[in-house]
Write a protein that binds this ligand. Structure first.
Ligand code: AMP
Ligand code: MN
Ligand code: MN
Ligand code: MN
Length: 276
């Protein structure tokens, strides 16, 4: 059985490895099919594709689009997209727009909480300055000793109601799905278990996602517990969504699921790669 990993990040967004190094690590870890899915960005696709050709990994071009849904930020993966599609590239650019201003305001918010220089500090962790993310702030805050690890950081800082959090408007769901489909890809709701919604709210989100043309949901993810793998597999069957698998790898040692560590999809779920 082929080993799929359809969600990971490089230095083009908030990962710490260059695209070619992500691919080499995936190859070493026996991944057969890899999608690079940088946040709101596909600048790493060409390098990753070349590295994949050299190392015998089948490469799938992807991206992870930030979307505003009600009061939530959700992430939608575009898998198997044409990385040169003008409307998709333009859409991603529009989503990236505003990240720098947001980051400056995050820096100001942290300054009011007594942490100076966070914007400049976060910048030193970013490979791609147009994609400053909360992850870069988290790495800065951890390395400066304000908090002992990333997990703790996203409890004390950078989340609603805490220093460093700034409201932001991302893409519309129908737009994001339209860009993905227009570029020939499949739209997958990333790590549904991470959204802070009730059971009813989750059904409403899945209804909305399906009505907007969404193709699948992520079932195996480092953001899910093994128990949630089963829960989201059941929801995928009920809703007729295909299921996806991804480590959401950002950096060695940063999460319990490294590249290629994902268990197979539960029985009875149609894989997102069914028609590839
Ligand atoms: P942004 O797109 O700038 O809002 O940053 C979102 C990124 O922050 C996500 O893609 C994750 O990489 C990271 N992140 C968010 N919440 C957490 C968390 N609780 N623990 C670790 N990383 C997180
Ligand atoms: Mn990330
Ligand atoms: Mn995500
Ligand atoms: Mn991700």
């Amino acid at each position: 059985m082929l080993r799929y990993d359809l969600h990971c990040h490089s230095t083009w967004s908030d990962g710490v490895l260059a695209p070619a190094d992500v691919v080499r690590r995936a190859a070493e870890r026996k991944v057969d099919v890899l999608a690079l899915t940088d946040h709101d960005e596909m600048g790493g696709v060409a390098e990753a594709r070349d590295a994949a050709a050299d190392s015998g990994v089948k490469f799938v071009a992807g991206t992870e689009i930030s979307v505003s849904y009600l009061t939530h930020t959700i992430h939608v993966l575009g898998l198997g997209v044409d990385a040169d599609n003008p409307a998709l590239l333009e859409g991603l650019k529009s989503v990236r727009h505003g990240r720098d201003d947001r980051a400056r305001r995050m820096g100001e918010s942290l300054a009011r909480a007594g942490i100076a220089g966070a914007y400049e500090g976060a910048l030193t962790y970013a490979g791609n300055v147009s994609l400053l993310s909360r992850t870069h702030f988290a790495r800065f805050l951890v390395d400066r000793g304000h908090v002992h690890d990333t997990h703790a950081c996203f409890k004390r800082f950078l989340v609603p109601g805490k220093p460093g959090y700034v409201e932001h408007v991302w893409a519309d769901l129908p737009d994001a799905i339209g860009w993905i489909h227009g570029a020939g890809g499949l739209a997958v709701l990333a790590h549904p278990g991470r959204y802070r919604v009730t059971a009813t709210g989750m059904r409403k989100l899945l209804d909305t996602f399906r009505d907007a043309g969404g193709d699948g949901i992520e079932i195996i993810s480092s953001s899910h517990t093994p128990e949630q793998f089963g829960e989201y597999a059941a929801l995928a069957r009920v809703y007729g969504f295909k299921g996806s698998v991804g480590s959401d790898f950002h950096a060695p040692g940063e999460s319990w699921l490294d590249l290629g560590d994902s268990p197979p999809l539960p029985e009875g779920v149609t894989p997102i790669w069914n028609d590839w």
